[in-house]
Design a protein around this ligand. Structure first.
Ligand code: FES
Ligand SMILES: [Fe+2]
Length: 365
């Protein structure tokens, strides 16, 4: 099976937590196969810049931050937050071409987002809403992982949560997950996969944190393609309304790092026991276990794909309705990203709507 993965570039991707990007030390990271350096300007602005110094290619992440911006650790070129070279040691003249590429960047609710496609169409208003991250009505625990698998495998993982029944048995897994089917909705580049589990045991973790014995449970994966899954989940007494239950908003930002390697930025937000540090400790541990189990499975899965020299398609079942739809939308985004015709002088990189699927509902199982 071919394991080479194409990535949509005209999109916002999470590249770091706000607190990781500082004025004191550059941060180097591979994002979409590109080596970038991040730092905070003296004015406090997060900067995402090509990591290869324009002089002779030394990685700026091995340099230092300065009052002007960032300084290369090899021969001392300095660049400001716009990427302009502002100082060359030993001469007053700045060479033409002494400029670093910078990527459009937005900071929102503790995440730093960057855009690696056409900067002309980078619209900050399209950054996904993740306000639960710093909403005082909610509390949260967070994790970061660099997982040795493609972003596609992680996306499939989040769209088919039946794996909870088998992989996450000590925490969020229970037979109720695979025993109940999903309802799919698609609107533009958003795929929703909703599963309602009426009158079920609440799973070991939910039993521990809610003290409930029988509940109605739900989880809805809202995949905002290509990079963010927000899982709206919860439990409530049987027959209760979702808005009255114990609710979770699980933020999953999946950012390709390189071929076969992905960043996973994760926040597990809840609307109860806000400020309870004991609960935070319980959830930090349980959700760390969940992510480790996912990483274990996904890295095995990636290795299995890498080892195969045959082009074998997955066998999809009813529970994969969301996986199939999301793959279709992702392919559409890839197909249209750079090929839309230029008209009226407008940019050629706007994405066209998915024909026949502006709003689609599919009942599976
Ligand atoms: S390689 Fe950066 S200043 Fe020479
Ligand atoms: Fe999982």
């Amino acid at each position: 099976m071919s394991t080479h993965e194409e990535w949509v570039h005209n999109a916002w991707y999470v590249v770091a937590w706000s607190e990781e990007v500082t004025q004191s030390k550059p941060l180097g990271r591979s994002i979409l196969g590109k080596s970038v350096v991040m730092f905070r300007s003296p004015e406090g602005q997060a900067v995402v810049m090509d990591n290869r110094c324009a002089h002779r290619g030394f990685p700026l992440s091995e340099g230092r931050t300065t009052e002007r911006g960032i300084q290369c650790g090899y021969h001392g070129f300095e660049y400001d937050h716009t990427g302009a070279c502002v100082h060359v040691p030993g001469q007053w003249r700045i060479p033409p071409g002494g400029r670093q590429r910078i990527f459009p960047t937005v900071e929102s609710h503790r995440w730093v987002w960057a855009w690696f496609g056409d900067p002309e169409v980078a619209d900050p208003s399209t950054v996904p809403d993740t306000h639960w991250m710093d909403d005082p009505e909610w509390d949260r625990v967070t994790h970061t992982r660099l997982i040795g698998c493609s972003a596609g495998l992680l996306n499939d993982n989040l769209l088919d949560l039946t794996h909870e029944s088998f992989l996450h048995t000590s925490t969020i897994g229970d037979d109720a997950v695979f025993e109940n089917g999903v309802t799919i909705e698609v609107e533009d580049n958003i795929v929703n996969v909703d599963r309602f589990m009426p009158g079920c045991y609440p799973s070991p973790l939910f039993a521990q944190v809610t003290n409930a014995e029988v509940v109605d449970r739900w989880h809805t994966t809202e995949f905002q393609l290509p990079a963010v899954h927000i899982i709206h989940a919860g439990v409530v007494e049987p027959g209760g309304r979702r808005e009255d239950g114990y609710r979770f908003e699980v933020l999953n930002a999946i950012t390709p790092a390189a071929q076969g390697q992905s960043w996973y930025f994760y926040a597990f937000c809840r609307n109860f026991e806000v400020g309870n540090e004991e609960m935070n400790a319980v959830l930090t541990k349980s959700q760390g276990t969940v992510l480790d189990e996912d990483a274990w499975a996904l890295e095995h899965q990636q290795a299995s794909h890498d080892a195969s020299d045959e082009d074998i398609d997955d066998v999809l079942i009813a529970q994969d309705a969301g996986v199939a739809m999301a793959r279709r939308v992702m392919n559409h985004l890839l197909d249209t990203e750079w090929t839309a015709p230029e008209q009226d002088g407008s940019s050629g990189s706007q994405q066209a709507p998915l024909a026949g699927a502006d709003t689609t509902q599919v009942r599976a199982l």
